[in-house]
Design a protein around this ligand. Structure first.
Ligand code: DP6
Length: 406
């Protein structure tokens, strides 16, 4: 009788505060600069993946959110799967294991608990969950940094989702890529007061993908060369120190400066790339004014915006200021009533209408942005710094008895 092996794991989303933008090797996915991110709580946003190895399967097959996706022979997914098989083989040889896997085919099912329409990148959590589930299935004693080497080859930013807390992706220098991996700067418990508010901004257009956009930037932007050489190395050091010292003011300044510079190199690309829209820019104006007030009151920066390759804003702030920021955002961006109960929960059980809670801090210059229509910010997700990949039990498997998605 043949044995069936199966494992289920979940992995978190991460949002960079020092952005990865540019590859020096597009096949191995080696970046032109180091980057640093905050891992977000899987209780709110996560990818879950079940992998099953069964000699009776005819070929490797993958389902994303229940729909079959092609595994291209030379694609990133195939690379991750074959790299995991290689790790297992090495492990068997090293430990002189008697029982050898016959490396049968896999069935893999992956599910994101957040809607694709939210415009949040799912490739980072998706590839991290894939690698974590295969590591579990193969009972590999591999460290998260070792696994990050493989997730990186699925999608660069995925390597940072192998850890919780605050995570650096060290660019490395070896042409093999063996030193281009993720390391933890500080665990989740180090700074649990670090929260995030995601403003989901409407986006009807199909934008330029990260992969093709960053390659064009590498080929055409002179500003990127300056960023790589002079700006990022110093910022990596300073923001790591700010995190270790729980210095929110410095963390916020660097986070916003780096988001700005990433969008500046996108604009410096030929032809130029725009990821932010009017709504994104209005949110920047609100945060800038909010921080101005706070600095004047001698309290330093209280919020930090950051934007990836799309119009959504992620606002990092300490827990104590989140309510005030939600009230400010809904003052300019009214929400559809009845939605986003999660954010309403901040204001106690009796609150039923987020718009009724709209409030601008005293002294705030209301003219920095115009008032938008309902739907300009179509949702708010309140979350916090979270943990790394989780091992899940059989009852959470995404595959049924017959090896097909449930
Ligand atoms: C703007 O990791 O999606 O989110 O490696 O080509 O898959 P590939 O790109 P991807 O790029 C992410 C870019 C970013 C910044 C970041 O997460 O650091």
């Amino acid at each position: 009788m043949s044995t069936i092996y199966q494992a289920t794991a979940s992995a978190p989303v991460n949002i960079a505060v020092i952005k990865y933008w540019g590859k020096r090797d597009t096949k191995l996915i080696l970046p032109t600069n180091s980057s640093l991110s905050v891992t977000l709580d899987q209780d709110h946003l996560r990818s879950t993946t079940t992998s099953r190895a069964d000699p009776s399967f005819e070929r490797d097959q993958l389902w994303l959110n229940g729909k079959e996706d092609e595994i291209k022979a030379v694609g990133r997914l195939a690379t991750c799967i074959s790299e995991m098989k290689r790790l297992r083989k090495e492990y068997e040889i090293k430990t002189q294991m008697n029982q050898r896997y016959s490396f049968p085919q896999f069935h893999i099912a992956s599910y994101n608990n957040f809607p694709t329409a939210a415009g949040l990148a799912s490739s980072a959590s998706g590839f991290a969950a894939l690698v974590a589930s295969l590591a579990q299935l193969y009972t590999l004693p591999a460290s998260p940094s070792t696994l990050s080497l493989i997730a990186r080859q699925g999608s660069g930013s995925a390597c940072r989702s192998l850890f919780g807390g605050f995570v650096a992706w060290q660019m490395g220098s070896d042409p093999s890529g063996n030193d281009s991996l993720a390391v933890q700067v500080a665990p989740q418990e180090h700074w649990p007061q670090m929260h995030a508010l995601i403003c989901v901004v409407s986006d009807d257009k199909k934008g330029t993908s990260s992969t093709s956009g960053m390659q064009r930037t590498v080929e055409t932007s002179p500003l990127l060369q300056h960023r790589i050489k002079y700006v990022v190395p110093e910022r990596m050091e300073k923001i790591s120190k700010a995190i270790l010292e729980r210095d929110f003011d410095t963390f916020a300044k660097i986070t916003m400066a780096d988001s700005n510079q990433f969008h500046a190199v996108a604009l410096d690309t030929e032809p130029p790339i725009f990821y932010m829209n009017d709504v994104s820019r209005a949110i920047i104006a609100l945060i800038v004014e909010y921080n101005r007030l706070s600095v004047e009151a001698g309290k330093g920066y209280k919020a930090a915006y950051t934007y990836d390759a799309g119009p959504n804003a992620v606002i990092y702030a300490l827990e104590e200021n989140i309510k005030e920021i939600v009230q400010l955002i809904v003052s300019y961006f009214p929400q559809r009533s009845g939605e986003f109960k999660d954010v309403l929960g901040l204001f106690g059980a009796s609150s039923t209408d987020l718009n009724a809670l709209a409030k601008i801090p005293e002294g705030f210059n209301g003219a920095v942005a115009k008032n938008f229509e309902v739907g300009a910010v179509k949702g708010l997700i309140h979350t916090r710094v979270g943990d790394g990949p989780r091992k899940l039990g059989g009852e959470e498997s995404l595959l049924a008895e017959n090896g097909l998605p449930k």
